[in-house]
Write a new protein. Structure first.
Length: 317
């Protein structure tokens, strides 16, 4: 059993708690947050407001970092220094250099460090990987996470919400377009050129929507859009010279995969075993940790660094 302590009390916490209670091998034993009452609502027996005090517990195997984006690095660093393995919410850190520092610290202390990113672990994504050769060379990819966030109206009314706050590194690119980028980059690697058009017209100069255009010298172009301010398309569409693949649902759910070949009926696949989108990644992290599979962990590290590098390149536009 992997015993987990959580730092943070945001909206992702109840979702991860449900997933950890669903997937065998995980047990959440403690939570730390600035607001004790807010943390206590999750029903855990041990609630802390002092992070160092929680980290001093000898029975904690992993710390799950669920804080606003800009706070990930320091919280993960403190956990590693305390001898704890870490599962850190996406986006992993602010910079590539911070991520490299954390990975070096984890190596120095023989600890495991994962980015909590769900969609590259879904069976439906692995089915896409399997099907891609059937549609020939892929020329265009449309990746879209467009959803009017429920809290967008609160932000417009003046509320301070981390996902809409530049100081916390919120915004559409890091918070939701990261799902589009993870899939595209896991399939095709580092793009040769990157262009990002951000819609940052609101308070705090936070980009509440935007589009990233990625190009490879092979002749592939991917357009990844994300919006928190408006509804739109959702999913992926891979256009190949011999066919197409459509992925239904938000990019962090990957609910159904359709293979469309000329002259043939559409073949549909729904292979995700869990209804909860966060569960499959927990199976993978659990198994990697149990097997002490450093090769698999390093593959995930490389993916984290690749996506973070691409995000930074987008932000430098």
């Amino acid at each position: 059993m992997i015993r987990v302590a959580i730092v943070g009390s945001g909206r992702i916490v109840p979702q991860m708690l449900e997933a950890m209670r669903t997937v065998p091998g995980w047990e959440v034993v403690a939570i730390c947050a600035r607001n004790r009452e807010k943390a206590a609502r999750f029903g855990l027996s041990a609630v802390y407001t002092d992070y160092a005090e929680m980290l001093a517990r000898p029975d904690i195997d992993f710390v799950y970092v669920a804080l606003p984006n800009s706070l990930h690095f320091e919280a993960a660093r403190q956990a590693l220094l305390a001898g704890k393995n870490v599962l850190c919410e996406k986006p992993f850190t602010s910079t590539v250099e911070q991520a490299q520092e954390l990975f070096a610290l984890a190596d120095e202390r023989d600890l495991y460090l994962f980015e909590a990113i769900s969609n590259i672990h879904l069976p439906n994504f692995r089915k896409v990987q399997e099907l891609l050769p059937q549609i020939g060379p892929v020329r265009l990819i449309h990746a879209d996470y467009d959803e009017h966030f429920g809290r967008y109206d609160e932000y417009l009314a003046g509320a301070d919400i981390p996902v809409f706050t530049q100081a916390y590194e919120g915004g559409a690119l890091r918070d939701i377009n990261i799902y589009c980028l993870h899939i595209v980059l896991a399939l095709y690697g580092r793009p040769d050129t990157v262009y990002y058009a951000a819609n940052a017209t609101g308070r705090n100069a936070v980009a509440t929507s935007g589009a990233a255009t990625l190009r490879w010298k092979s002749g592939l172009t991917a357009v990844c859009t994300a919006s928190m301010d408006s509804d739109g398309l959702r999913g992926f569409f891979f256009q190949g010279e011999k066919g197409a693949i459509r992925v239904h649902g938000l990019p962090n759910f990957f609910t159904r995969v359709d293979l469309m070949l000329p002259g043939q009926e559409v073949q549909s696949f729904e292979l995700n075993r869990y209804e909860h989108r966060l569960c499959h990644q927990l199976e993978d992290y659990r198994d990697i940790f149990a097997a002490r599979d450093r090769r698999a962990e390093r593959s995930l590290r490389a993916q984290t660094l690749l996506v973070l590098d691409t995000i930074v390149r987008c932000e430098q536009q």
